[in-house]
Design a protein. Structure first.
Length: 257
């Protein structure tokens, strides 16, 4: 059996489930076809997969999980997606089970907003927005980042973000894997609707519909953020870096559950 189970609580969520399954090796369940209660079905299935995508309300997921979870080191990860496909929420086992990574993956598939609340991610203040030409290498992207921000510590980067037409760029994917970073994808329309840039490029506008990619991407993924590095171009890679403001002090968090 594959590692990911998809559990839509109603038939309304089946199309979302199918979109996810088309991109991820997973199993879709249709609990409305069984006379047994949905909660009982989920409890019986829960430990048969390492990760779950639960399509429905957060409150329903919490009620279904009540009484069957035990410890973050062994509980299967749970990501909750609402039936309107607006949010992809890392609910359970964000680190140990990989729910945080899965939330980003699912968000990119269905064009939803990933919601991550674990403290270590929350306290990473930097977001890197990237635009690049086709076929750039991992090393080129890395050098572009370091040229834009000398002394950059990748451990302070929460995520990398780019435009949808670059979602399959292997160099960008490998760069994120190398530095253990999630990649967040924004649609061309979403970027074009936000004129959050300091630098305009007619060439970029012709290709993407927006005068800039890296700057708006960095700001869109931020949390009350500001650009600390405006668009910097190196060997076909455009980099912008945004920093979140007003983050809580790390001492505020004593232990993650």
């Amino acid at each position: 059996m594959n590692d990911i189970g998809i559990f839509p609580v109603r038939k309304h969520g089946l199309n979302i489930a199918k979109l996810i399954k088309a991109q991820l090796n997973s199993t879709i369940y249709e609990p409305w076809l069984d006379s047994v209660s949905l909660k009982s079905q989920f409890a019986k299935l829960y430990f048969t997969h390492k990760q779950w995508v639960f399509i429905g309300a957060n409150a329903i997921a919490l009620r279904f999980l009540n009484g069957i979870i035990s410890h973050k080191k062994i509980d299967p990860a749970v990501v909750v997606v609402d039936e309107a496909a607006r949010y992809s929420i890392s609910l359970l086992s964000g680190h140990e089970g990989g729910a945080n990574n899965l939330a980003y993956t699912v968000a990119n598939i269905i064009n939803a907003l990933p919601v991550i609340t674990t403290a270590s991610e929350t306290l990473k203040p930097l977001v890197i927005g990237i635009g690049c030409r086709k076929g750039v290498s991992v090393n080129t992207i890395e050098q572009a980042c370091l040229k834009a921000y000398p002394g950059l510590n990748f451990n302070e980067v929460r995520l990398v973000t780019t435009i949808d037409i670059k979602r399959n760029e292997l160099g960008l994917q490998d760069f994120c894997v190398k530095h253990n970073l999630n990649l967040l994808i924004f649609s061309q329309l979403a970027i074009a609707n936000r004129q959050w840039y300091k630098t305009k490029s007619q060439f970029v506008k012709k290709i993407t519909g927006s005068y800039s990619v890296c700057e708006p991407c960095a700001l869109m993924a931020g949390n009350q953020s500001q650009l600390i590095v405006s668009k910097s171009v190196y060997n076909g890679v455009a980099i912008a870096i945004a920093k979140d403001l007003n983050l809580p002090d790390s001492n505020f968090f004593k232990e993650e559950l």
